[in-house]
Design a protein around this ligand. Sequence first.
Ligand code: AMP
Length: 206
Amino acid sequence: MKLVLLGAPGAGKGTQAVFLKERHGLAHISTGDILRHNLNQGTPLGLEAKKYMDKGELVPDEVVMQMIGERLDSLKPDEGFMLDGFPRTVKQAEFLESKTKIDGVIMFTVSDDDIVKRLLNRAVCRSCGAITNWDNDKCPSCGGELYRRADDNEETIRSRLKVFHEQTEALIEFYKARKLLLEVDATGMPEEIFERVIGLLSHDKN
Ligand code: AMP
């Protein structure tokens, strides 16, 4: 199965990807994670990306398309995957279409107010990468130390949301036209949302 997870930052794509990985054994390909990894390693790609990420803007299409192209080429033949955070522009979606055939696009819908609240409360585990919130003082999965992502501050969150509405939302029509869009209400507890996702995917198969 080849899926795209679409939705505003903080809509829960990363959290649902962990569930989907457990259930379907799909590779989780997150452009944000790959970029942050490069940034932490101080690679030229990471240093270039940082300029945009700090402001909540999109890293240029060419940079991200090359990066994701290499990652897709490294998959085993027929290996299933989920793309989390890619595509984010129509140009990126066209590039993806030229590389491979996607089976479905899950669109996670949440209001902007909820997004801001969620992202301001988002905590990430330094040891295992689990996404949690500041109601915990350590990682509920492994006990590791928690940190706040550099771009999870109100100003950057607002620009990321603006970018989402201006550039990424156009992908809803793009994928609707290809009859690939599966819309899920992403409010509520992660487990409830996952039930909805499973329902949608099984319905889609029939
Ligand atoms: P995320 O972890 O998906 O919220 O992404 C964090 C940041 O990485 C975004 O705000 C962008 O600056 C950058 N980024 C991630 N994916 C992409 C993409 N597909 N195109 C352009 N920039 C991206």
